[in-house]
Design a protein around this ligand. Structure first.
Ligand code: SAH
Length: 249
């Protein structure tokens, strides 16, 4: 008696079982990548629940909620954390960094009020989850990451899921990206001890900078450029991010 892996039934070793096992083994061997990149109905169900949790916390932008429903967050994390991927929590990723909490990603994105075709700069690519959210909203996305390991990983990973930012840059986000400025929006996904002047200067008139400002905890802050030299500022409560560090690594 032998257990047939494919049917999970226990029965005598039949020719069809041998064939089924043989082909499934070959498929597994040569489709290791597919195994790693699985997105099931169960995952989709969990994403719908997560979108509901985020909506219950006050996110009203349906396009942002659709982003949460569409992006396979479990694939952005180490597979050992997969069971937690659809909790509304931040989790560790490579290089001692974190994938932001879905509510935080949704909150920052909602503040940007993105229209399809807007040019958005992200500081802190990290896992690429926020990048994917910006792309889901139809933005042209530039994103800067200071950690080489994360930059390389995420540059390879996003296209595998069909997410194609305009450019991922290995560099220091404090300087922004003057060669592609001005931007409709800039989102900083690390805690900034102060507001970097170059980022304000790289906004279009009417453009928005969403930045968590502070050392231990941060105040989510929105700047809107109202003229060449004037900005309005609005604050939105406390959040916690990994620190925005100077220079690249
Ligand atoms: N947007 C990410 C959040 C990652 S955490 C996500 O959705 O997963 C913040 C990221 O900002 C880290 O990857 C960190 O390395 C990066 N970071 C910190 N300081 C930076 C800087 N000065 N320039 C660019 N990236 C920076």
């Amino acid at each position: 008696m032998i257990s047939c892996e494919f049917t999970t039934e226990t029965h005598s070793l039949s020719i069809s079982c041998i064939f089924t096992n043989f082909f499934s083994l070959i498929a597994k061997k040569y489709c290791y990548f597919c195994e790693q990149m699985k997105d099931s109905f169960k995952h989709k169900g969990m994403r719908n629940q997560l979108a509901q949790i985020v909506a219950d916390k006050g996110i009203t932008d349906e396009k942002v909620l659709d982003g949460i429903r569409n992006i396979p967050r479990h694939l952005f994390m180490d597979s050992s954390f997969e069971a937690h991927a659809y909790q509304d929590k931040a989790f560790p990723i490579a290089a001692d960094q974190t994938i932001s909490q879905p509510y935080t990603v949704a909150f920052q994105t909602q503040l940007l009020e993105i229209k399809s075709g807007d040019t958005i700069l992200e500081i802190g690519t990290g896992s690429g989850y926020q990048t994917a959210m910006l792309l889901e909203l139809g933005a042209k996305v530039y994103s800067i990451e200071r950690q080489k390991e994360l930059f390389k990983r995420t540059s390879l990973f996003l296209p595998k899921l069909g997410y194609r930012p305009k450019k991922l840059i290995f560099g220091d986000g404090y300087k922004g990206l003057p060669e592609q400025a001005p931007f409709d929006g800039i989102v900083v996904t690390a805690g900034a001890p102060f507001v970097p002047k170059p980022l304000l200067g790289q906004l279009k008139i009417g453009g928005k900078l969403v930045i968590p400002v502070g050392e231990k905890a941060q105040i989510m802050t929105l700047f809107i450029r109202t003229s060449e030299k004037e900005f309005t500022k609005k604050e939105f409560g406390e959040f916690r991010f990994v620190p925005m560090l100077e220079d690249k690594n």
